[in-house]
Design a protein around this ligand. Sequence first.
Ligand SMILES: NC(=O)c1ccc[n+]([C@@H]2O[C@H](COP(=O)([O-])OP(=O)(O)OC[C@H]3O[C@@H](n4cnc5c(N)ncnc54)[C@H](O)[C@@H]3O)[C@@H](O)[C@H]2O)c1
Length: 311
Amino acid sequence: MTKKILVTGGAGFLGSHLCERLLVEGNDVLCVDNFFTGSKDNIAHLIGNPYFELIRHDVTFPLFVEVDQIYNLACPASPVHYQFDPVQTTKTSVHGAINMLGLAKRVKAQIFQASTSEVYGDPEIHPQTEDYWGRVNPIGIRSCYDEGKRCAETLFFDYWRQHKVDIKVARIFNTYGPRMHPNDGRVVSNFIVQALKGEDITIYGSGQQTRSFCYVDDLIEVIVRFMNASKDFVGPVNIGNPGEFTMLELAERVIALSGSKSKLVFKPLPSDDPKQRQPDIGLAKQELDWEPKVSLDDGLRQTIKYFETKI
Ligand SMILES: NC(=O)c1ccc[n+]([C@@H]2O[C@H](COP(=O)([O-])OP(=O)(O)OC[C@H]3O[C@@H](n4cnc5c(N)ncnc54)[C@H](O)[C@@H]3O)[C@@H](O)[C@H]2O)c1
């Protein structure tokens, strides 16, 4: 059955893949974006499809539309972008959540929140399970994002308890793939762009800090599965790829797969940078019968191919 679906942040990296997937499934998709980090290039191939509509709009302002489902993805996701205007970042998460939850309440739509592993901050337990409350600095340079997302989760659960809004909250761990912003400072795009340009690859700290990397197709699959799963399963649920790699390992794989001659250079670790981050995806496996399928090498190959066309 065709659903009317709103995707906020739909012109961004994840949002554009989500819009594409929802259209393939025969839905009517309304993409809302203020183009802060998103781009028309990401959705240019969708314009002209009669089931795709685009609205330039900032989610910190109310929006009145009739929809069945809302995927709330609007928010800059990389430190370089969310620290550019930290007050706007918090507003996007908090006012954006209030506006979208208000809309969901009015039109009785289901609503998905793109939360983040950053709600765990610099964790003391490893890997992180959903019942871990996190260790977050409330006044640091990452707080606009981390605390904004934490407050958005609070709002989602209060709208669920108080107003019976049908919510879904997922904590997304590092995801990569085609259409990542080339200059956003995220590690995968950084390394690939530096490798393709033959520039030095920057490693922060010793390079022993670890991250897990999920390929975008795997992530979109679980987001859609979660939205359409039982109403009783509201999350929060970790989604990501538990495979853990050090920054040094990642850099070496990018160099090998891109055939680059780049060298590694080491710089000081930025403030509040977590040392380790790995999802425990047991809950997603159990409730959504999902686990990532795309290997790091396959995902990196697709991403390198995309950046080759951009550089
Ligand atoms: N990619 C990841 O690894 C990752 C990890 C954790 C969480 N997330 C979350 O997923 C969502 C999408 O992330 P992404 O990687 O696609 O980032 P992105 O920056 O590519 O996409 C965010 C989109 O939101 C738009 N946007 C920002 N502020 C807005 C506002 N006030 N009003 C309307 N649109 C606005 C941007 O223009 C952009 O198109 C974000 O909420 C992010 O926090 C992503």
